[in-house]
Write a protein that binds this ligand. Structure first.
Ligand SMILES: Cc1cc2nc3c(=O)[nH]c(=O)nc-3n(C[C@H](O)[C@H](O)[C@H](O)COP(=O)(O)OP(=O)(O)OC[C@H]3O[C@@H](n4cnc5c(N)ncnc54)[C@H](O)[C@@H]3O)c2cc1C
Length: 491
């Protein structure tokens, strides 16, 4: 009876404490795009906003964990594109410690554990990859229909024959896009691939791997401090959005703590969260929008870190293992390569990446089951005498309801117009930001940063004058054949 009374009182006081907050702008999600939106509003003199984030810190998919003495990145790890890339500028501004990655510095191990001196293979593939990218860009410029990455690779002359060919292809393709060439768009992957080298000035065509022990998140959290001072009531951490109700006049956001009534909202939830219906929309988003959102892909990219007492793998930065099953535990990275983390006794880290189905496979296992499976592979690569690991980290991006995957990938079948529909605001009241909303930089941090700023600029215009005109396509039709006469004699 007494216990019942306490619970009832607790429930009552929680209800009594639930606030209704009125604000001009609600930013939903505090990852890189949410921080960028908050900063943009602030710099434009708009201070009447709140930012709602479910986690206990800002920076979203920029997350770290300690493995022994080393802080490793669970999520984003590379500044991809230098020069005027805003992420590179932040990295330089805060003196982030980064290092070069040499993707040609690879050891190759055959399926029976034999070392293969086959550096030439990666270069053979690279040339063809470039050829495929050029084809994709030309097709985009000419307005030709999209084809899959697999069709593009085949047209470029690549035909994987052996498990090592598949490992090389996986390393060059899925290891970047998070998905197979079969399901990926050739044209938009090509655009995405060159955007970071061509958009940010002459020296941009490189990347830098972050090894800073403050973590990649440091630079984003420092930018957030330009907006939110200590105990700033506008920053609502540990607060989960449950539903978003919108109409022509306002947006009402219900969280697990309070209700926020805003003139405008900027949602920055990942594509996976939007697809998974983790947040309820009232009314449901229109079909033209859902078609674009559901059609896009949220890939899962899982970096599994193993810590060992001694180092038994090669000194090269990468090791490719010709696993007969394509994509399964074949791309390894030596985290103690020269210029990476220092070789510290008892803290040697070997990292393997899996994607998509193998990410789901791994996420369904316990850490010790994953470790056993990886030890089976490592013993095939290096023999039975290798030591047991002293630590393991297995991120689970797909099962995490705040992310539902790692980053987006443009699939074959998604049109340019579908993507415009994904970005289009609802009633000029709810605006969409986040990496997936960037046509050029989807999947990358710069996609998150620029879309956050763009959405905030649009809201700023709404507040100060008139909302910018947004385009959307209520219905999309099949591509019409342009060449209506077939000249048979040419074939
Ligand atoms: C494994 C991995 C490797 C990557 N590697 C790179 C790389 O090397 N280089 C690169 O440029 N990019 C990389 N990325 C991609 C990059 O991390 C993302 O593009 C970027 O961080 C996305 O930021 P965002 O703001 O769009 O989304 P998010 O970071 O997902 O931000 C959205 C926020 O919304 C919050 N949220 C979700 N649901 C709710 C809710 N109901 N209520 C309240 N809050 C909620 C989440 O907690 C999150 O903080 C990688 C990502 C991963 C996961």
């Amino acid at each position: 009876m007494k216990a019942f009374g306490v619970i009832a009182l607790g429930a009552l006081s929680a209800t009594a404490l639930a606030e209704t907050i009125h604000t001009k702008v609600a930013i939903l999600g505090g990852g890189v795009s949410g921080i960028s939106a908050a900063l943009n509003l602030t710099l434009n003199g708009v201070n009447d906003f709140v930012l709602v984030e479910a986690r206990d810190e800002l920076a979203g998919r920029a997350q770290t964990k300690k493995l022994g003495n080393t802080t490793i990145e669970l999520g984003c790890n590379w500044v991809q594109g230098l020069g005027t890339n805003p992420i590179n500028e932040l990295s330089l501004k805060y003196g982030l410690k980064t290092t070069n990655t040499d993707y040609g510095d690879v050891s190759y191990i055959d399926q029976d554990g034999t070392a293969m001196g086959l550096n030439i293979f990666i270069f053979r593939f690279d040339g063809l990859y470039g050829k495929m990218q050029d084809m994709g860009l030309k097709r985009l410029a000419d307005g030709e229909v999209d084809i899959s990455g697999r069709t593009g690779l085949s047209l470029a002359g690549w035909m994987p024959e052996t498990p090592m060919d598949s490992a090389i292809e996986y390393f060059a393709y899925d290891w970047e896009t998070g998905e197979t060439p079969e399901v990926s768009s050739m044209d938009f992957s090509a655009l995405n691939g060159v955007a970071y080298s061509s958009d940010f000035g002459p020296d941009a065509d490189h990347d830098r791997m972050v090894i800073d022990q403050r973590g990649f998140k440091y630079i984003f959290q420092k930018e957030a401090q330009r907006v939110f001072k200590k105990n700033d009531k506008r920053l609502k951490l540990n607060t989960k959005v449950k539903s978003i109700a919108y109409n022509k006049n306002s947006v009402t956001i219900t969280t697990d703590k309070d209700t926020i009534i805003a003139d405008y909202a900027i949602t920055t939830f990942s594509l996976g969260v939007l697809q998974h219906r983790d947040v309820k929309w009232v009314p449901e988003m229109p079909d033209w929008k859902l078609e674009g959102l559901f059609g896009f892909h949220m890939a899962t990219y899982t970096k599994i870190f193993l810590e060992f007492p001694t180092k038994f793998w090669d000194n090269t930065e990468f090791t490719l293992y010709a696993n007969p099953t394509r994509g399964l535990h074949s791309a390894w990275q030596n985290m103690n390569a020269p210029n990476y983390f220092p070789n510290k006794e008892g803290n040697y880290i070997f990292m393997v990446t899996v994607t998509q189905d193998y990410s789901y496979h791994v996420e369904a296992m316990t850490d010790s089951q994953v470790q056993d499976e990886l030890m089976g592979v490592l013993k095939k690569m290096y023999g039975d005498k290798i030591p047991n690991p002293t630590g393991i980290i297995v991120p689970r991006w797909h099962s995490n309801p705040l992310f539902r995957g790692s980053y987006s990938n443009w699939p074959i079948g998604e049109l340019d117009q579908h993507h415009e529909n994904m970005i289009a605001p609802l009633h000029n009241r709810v605006f969409f930001a986040g990496e997936a909303m960037s046509k050029r930089y989807f999947g990358f941090l710069q996609g998150a940063w620029t879309t956050g700023a763009n959405a905030a600029s649009a809201v700023n215009q709404c507040l100060k004058k008139k909302c910018p005109t947004a385009t959307y396509y209520p219905k999309l039709y099949n591509a019409k054949s342009k060449g209506d006469k077939v000249k048979r004699d040419i074939v």
